[in-house]
Design a protein around this ligand. Structure first.
Ligand SMILES: *Cc1c(COP(=O)(O)O)cnc(C)c1O
Length: 393
């Protein structure tokens, strides 16, 4: 669990080595923007992996305040933790392995995903033991090639077995669902193919007698760009946190979204260095002239990608600087070009961008990854500082 510093309006004045400020007003506004983009569907805020590094419980609460009626997690443990924290409404978890906490999930009133016959057997056994029916979403593999059943035998068998268990009162099929492979690449031929297959698999299940509450398929990129994929429920993750699914689709502002996390650190040292001075492990950076160096006290243990050695951008004293040499476990250095900001002054690694700071997307480009990974990997040693937690905007 990450350290949590709760504030109502502004970051605490006590200087912190590093902090990830989480703007809950931005998160709420993102949820509202997404609801407006998918007016015919309910909204699930996906808060897996500690809400993509933003903090599961505060983000889930803010999403619910803004009208998310479902919460989604990968693991059942994540879903159970939300319920234990008092989160209301529907909570769905989808990444199960044999021997998982099915009974606890039923007793906590979670919706569970069943991706194959082994899972159906385990959930019906747990329902028998609990003396209460499970709420089950049947997962269709419409082309992603990951979890779920494919048509042509497995899906038909799963549907019929689920209907038998439903008739016995052991479960209720609340959802039929699937997941896209390439929704972030508009026009990719797999998108239309997966939609067609999903419609066929839903039609088969409904003809056999399944009456799902919700059919759902859309992740953030599909929610933003494919209205025909919205069905009854959209499952948005990155967009809730103001991260664009891919730079090709656009920047967050193009969709009315605002990044929620600002990562900053306090300069631990500013000092002069002569020309030709090697910097950080391996001396992959050598000062090109007499200069000043700033020590930024975060490193790969905090989730700063080591792949951003020599490339990651940081705003210091109003100017973009670049990681000089290697990112180490706990710290990296920037060449300040002779400037002498005060020790302790702020270095902003990324944020919404409107103070001129880099964004998570800039770090993604610097490290050869995606914005999702940049925010999700910020480590538990970095306190999350919640701002605008009250519903005032
Ligand atoms: C993570 C995940 C989502 C959310 O994806 P985003 O692209 O972040 O919106 C939706 N559905 C499933 C099954 C997921 O694993």
């Amino acid at each position: 669990m990450s350290t949590t510093v709760t504030t109502t309006a502004h970051a605490p004045s006590a200087p912190l080595r590093a902090r990830a400020e989480i703007d809950l007003a931005a998160l709420r506004a993102n949820v509202r923007a997404l609801r407006a983009l998918a007016p015919g569907a309910a909204l699930m805020a996906v808060v897996k992996s500690d809400a993509y590094g933003h903090g599961a419980v505060p983000c889930a609460r803010a999403a619910v305040q803004a009208g998310a009626t479902w919460l989604g997690t990968a693991t059942p443990e994540e879903g159970l933790a939300l319920r234990a924290a008092g989160l209301p409404g529907r909570i769905m978890c989808w990444l199960w392995t044999p021997g998982g906490p099915w009974r606890e999930a039923i007793e906590a009133d979670l919706d569970v995903s069943v991706s194959g016959m082994w899972a159906l057997r385990e959930v019906t056994e747990a329902a028998r033991a609990a003396g209460a029916p499970a709420r089950v979403h049947l997962k269709a593999d419409t082309g992603l090639g990951r979890n779920g059943c494919q048509p042509g035998g497995d899906w038909e068998e799963l549907v019929d077995a689920a209907l038998r268990a439903e008739a016995e009162g052991l479960l209720r099929v609340t959802g039929l669902w699937s997941h896209f492979a390439c929704a972030d690449e508009p026009g990719h031929p797999s998108i239309a193919a997966q939609l067609t297959r999903f419609r066929e698999m839903v039609a088969h299940a409904e003809q056999r007698g399944v009456r799902p509450e919700v059919r759902h398929m859309a992740n953030s990129p599909a929610t933003l760009t494919l209205p025909e994929s919205h069905f009854d429920l959209v499952r948005t993750g990155c967009a809730v946190y103001g991260i664009s699914p891919s730079p090709e689709l656009g920047v967050p502002a193009d969709f009315g979204l605002r990044p929620v996390m600002t990562l900053s650190a306090s300069l631990a040292l500013v000092k002069h260095a002569p020309r030709g001075h090697g910097v950080s492990y391996g001396h992959h950076y050598v000062t090109p002239g007499e200069t000043t160096l700033g020590l930024v006290p975060v490193g790969y243990a905090d989730g700063i990608p080591r792949h951003a050695s020599g490339t990651g951008p940081v705003l210091v004293g109003g100017k973009w600087r670049t990681v000089a040499g290697r990112v180490a476990m706990d710290q990296f250095v920037v060449d300040l070009g002779g400037d002498e900001p005060e020790i302790g002054s702020e270095a902003v690694l990324f944020g919404p961008g409107d103070r001129g700071e880099p964004t998570a997307e800039d770090w993604a480009q610097a490290a050869g990854t995606i914005g999702y990974e940049i925010v999700t990997r910020i480590g538990s040693r970095v306190p999350r500082v919640y701002v605008n937690g009250e519903q005032d905007g």
